[in-house]
Design a binder for this molecule. Structure first.
Ligand SMILES: O=P(O)(O)OC[C@H]1O[C@](O)(CO)[C@@H](O)[C@@H]1O
Length: 244
């Protein structure tokens, strides 16, 4: 596992985008695993800048997002589908057919989860995955206690996550109580993982994920077992790491 600490959020975000650029240079039809949340917004801004500077071509890339609220309409302002369009897809030349997110409108959740896993497999698996980390250590919407063997499925959000995400909704009551998320085993199958954390609110989860016990109580701790993972942190998020 590699860990890099940056002076500020923008430098961290640019570094993450550069890792993706390297991957795409090597394989122009890479399968990108994408994430939502506040943390990757800077990363997406840098990808868009690289596209505008003609350093990046999205036409052959395929993307799979980690998760989507359930139930939620695709066009809902807070759906992850809308997030991805507003923060990336609307600004780059990715064909709509190459974009994949779990369908938050499905009436058959189990079939949707199986379809999503199969589609990732049919595309050869994720080459490079961007991840954020929840204040409680969640990755995707795999909350503490989620099985390390979990695959794409519907999950119930914890109070902590509903509260943290309520900043994007009119009120806490409006936050969906469920989501469809790639499982921990699905995430671990990605060939390379880049995980971002910024701000002091993430410091405890980051320290436990990197230096703590590997336990299902701290979902991100499983990353210690991944053969190619890099944590990109700002100083605040790194502030509880033990340097001995
Ligand atoms: O980057 P943020 O907004 O702090 O979110 C952290 C994590 O929480 C989620 O938004 C889900 O609650 C994840 O998608 C994200 O990785």
């Amino acid at each position: 596992m590699q860990v890099q600490v940056f002076e500020d959020y923008d430098t961290l975000s640019r570094y993450a985008a550069d890792i993706f650029l390297e991957q795409i240079k090597k394989k122009s039809d890479s399968v990108l695993g994408l994430a939502t949340g506040g943390t990757p917004e800077g990363f997406y801004r840098h990808l868009i800048t690289s596209y505008k500077d003609q350093k990046l071509d999205f036409s052959r890339l395929r993307t799979f997002n980690l998760d989507e609220y359930y139930p939620i309409k695709r066009e809902h302002p807070q759906s992850y589908w809308t997030f991805m369009h507003d923060h990336l897809f609307a600004y780059v030349n990715i064909p709509t057919s190459n974009i994949h997110l779990p369908n938050g409108e499905t009436t058959n959740v189990d079939a949707e989860c199986n379809r999503y896993e199969e589609e990732i497999g049919a595309n050869g698996g994720v080459d490079i995955q961007i991840l954020g980390i929840g204040e409680n250590g969640h990755i995707g919407f795999n909350e503490p206690g989620a099985s390390f063997d979990s695959r794409t499925r519907m999950v119930e959000l914890t109070k902590n996550t509903i509260q943290a995400n309520s900043r994007y909704f009119d009120s806490v009551e409006d936050v969906p109580r469920h989501a469809i998320t790639m499982g921990i085993a699905s995430i671990m199958q990605s060939k390379k993982i880049v995980i971002l954390a910024a701000g002091v609110k993430k410091a405890e989860a980051v320290a436990k994920a990197i230096q703590g016990e590997i336990t299902e109580a701290m979902p991100a701790s499983i990353l210690q077992k991944h053969p190619d993972v890099i944590f990109l942190l700002d100083k605040e998020a790194a502030s509880l790491l033990n340097h001995n």
